[in-house]
Design a binder for this molecule. Structure first.
Ligand code: AMP
Length: 182
C-alpha cells in the first residue's frame, strides 16, 4: 500500500485553545499548506517570506501567529501589517478580529480617505494590532500619533504589489520606526 500522508491539524501546529476555538467557529477544519508551513515558524519568531495567491489562507497564516504572540500585558502596538489597499487592510483586520474572538486583542485598520481625527482617537484608546496602507501609517508616525517602538511582528502583505505601487521608500521609513532587534 502506498504511504499515506498524515495531515496536520491546527492543534499539531501548537495553537492555543482559544484560537483553536475561534478557527473552529470560522469553519476552518484543517490548515492550508501555507498555514501548515508558516505558522510554526512564525510562532517561533522566525521571519518568513511567503509567496501565495489570495484564497490560499495567507491571512490566517500570519494572523494566527499575531494573535498567539500577543502579550496582553504590553499596552502598545505589537504587530503591524502593511497592505497595498484599504480594501485589503479592512479584510485583514476583519480576519484577525475573528481569530482573536476569545482574546481581548484590539485591531484597527488605518488607511487614507478616512477621517484622520477618528483614527487618532482610536489609536489613543490603545490598539494592539495595526493594519494599514503605507501612506497613512507614515502620516501617523510623522504626527506622533502612532508609536511602533514595541512592534514585534511586521507583515508586508502583497509586498510585490506595494513595491509596484512605489511604496518602497514609505515602507523603509516605517520599518525604521520599528525595533531593530525584531
Ligand atoms: P486568504 O488567502 O487569506 O485571502 O483566505 C481565503 C479564504 O479562505 C478566506 O475567506 C479565509 O477565511 C478562508 N480560509 C483561510 N484558511 C482556511 C482554512 N484553513 N480552512 C478553511 N478556510 C480557510
Amino acid at each position: 500500500m502506498a504511504e499515506t500522508e498524515t495531515k496536520k491539524t491546527f492543534r499539531d501546529l501548537g495553537i492555543s485553545e482559544k484560537v483553536l476555538k475561534a478557527l473552529d467557529d470560522m469553519g476552518f477544519e484543517e490548515p492550508s499548506p501555507i498555514q501548515e508551513q508558516a505558522i510554526p515558524l512564525l510562532l517561533n519568531g522566525k521571519d518568513v517570506i511567503g509567496q501565495a495567491q489570495t484564497g490560499t489562507g495567507k491571512t490566517a497564516a500570519f494572523g494566527v501567529p499575531i494573535v498567539e504572540r500577543w502579550d496582553p500585558k504590553l499596552k502598545a502596538v505589537q504587530a503591524l501589517v502593511l497592505t497595498p489597499t484599504r480594501e485589503l487592510a479592512i479584510q485583514v483586520a476583519e480576519e484577525i478580529t475573528k481569530i482573536a474572538k476569545y482574546v481581548r486583542l484590539k485591531t484597527i485598520a488605518i488607511y487614507g480617505g478616512q477621517s484622520i481625527e477618528r483614527q487618532i482617537r482610536s489609536l489613543r484608546f490603545g490598539v494592539d494590532v495595526v493594519i494599514g496602507t503605507p501612506g497613512r501609517i507614515m502620516d501617523h508616525i510623522r504626527r506622533g500619533t502612532l508609536d511602533l517602538s514595541h512592534v514585534g511582528i511586521v507583515v508586508l502583505d502583497e509586498a510585490d504589489e506595494m513595491l509596484d505601487m512605489g511604496f518602497i521608500e514609505d515602507i523603509e521609513f516605517i520599518l525604521r520606526e520599528t525595533p531593530t532587534d525584531r
